[in-house]
Write a protein that binds this ligand. Sequence first.
Ligand SMILES: [Zn+2]
Length: 369
Amino acid sequence: MKKTSTRLADGRELIYYDLRDDTVRGVVDRRPLDRTVTTSEIRRDVLLGDSVAIASHRQGRTYHPPADECPLCPTRGERLSEIPDSSYDVVVFENRFPSLAGDSGRCEVVCFTSDHDASFADLTEEQARLVLDAWTDRTSELSHLPSVEQVFCFENRGEEIGVTLGHPHGQIYAYPFTTPRTALMLSSLAAHKEATGGENLFDAVLEKELAGERVVLEDEHWAAFVPYAAHWPYEVHLYPKRRVPDLLALDEAARTEFPQVYLELLRRFDRIFDRRDAGKEGARDGAEEGAGEPPTPYIAAWHQAPFGALEEFDGVTRDDFALHLELFTIRRTSGKLKFLAGSESGMSVFINDVPPERAAERLREVASS
Ligand SMILES: [Zn+2]
């Protein structure tokens, strides 16, 4: 992998990650951009104890541009995009409309491929490995910024998830605090360690799931399962079998195996909802949709140990945390989405219509043959 860091016309950082070590990246951003002005502000909710990023400048962001104006495609001729060069393998740059900026952290965009019409599942293993290496490098670099405590690499895929750009890409949020979900996991880890005299809760969960009926796939270095109390209709948790706190600590064997395992999971996600059935189901419901149902919308979220001090979580260290990826879709059946309605949005109590055992069975049925 070759890494080349440069600056866009408005001062934002852009980094090329190239498969070939002899790649030269010298093309300059020719756009007449003003320097970015970001006014992101973190406000703490004293009743809930969580934080909200207030980012009013995001209202002006690019929204569903036509494909020939895609800002994530490489620059072609006089059609100037966010990426000055005429091609790329993987590229990462600071978000022009960040939710977090300055003292409030940082937001980056990761373009997985220069092919506008591809999706992550279409990547080769070599390309997917390059994305993994880019995520790892960004985690390392961002963790060194003084304002950053936690690095979150994720992908939102599909308009139903609210994705405003069709080009295959993910994002990285670098937060100036430990996020509430991670804090909850750390609290559970601490309580379990205390109650059991030192047992690791992540290890206990993984061991139990791998002996049960919700395993989706298992390879030498990675295992994926639908969790016992899945929140979403189809939700898979992917763990390296050797517990590590973050992407930086993954060994070469796990890194080498990751692409085939992850690409297989994503391809299965695209097969959950048989598109031929979509028409029938639509007809039964008297709905119009069906035949042209878009591919499965999903969120893929990397959970990594925070880089800040963990003293509020009694007896827990970074090494107790288990890096894992949570992959889930908000679609519950063809043409129908799971909305976060009253119980979920009002009270944080999820109602899941798909039994996790059935979801796991379906995800095994659609394995690549
Ligand atoms: Zn594009």
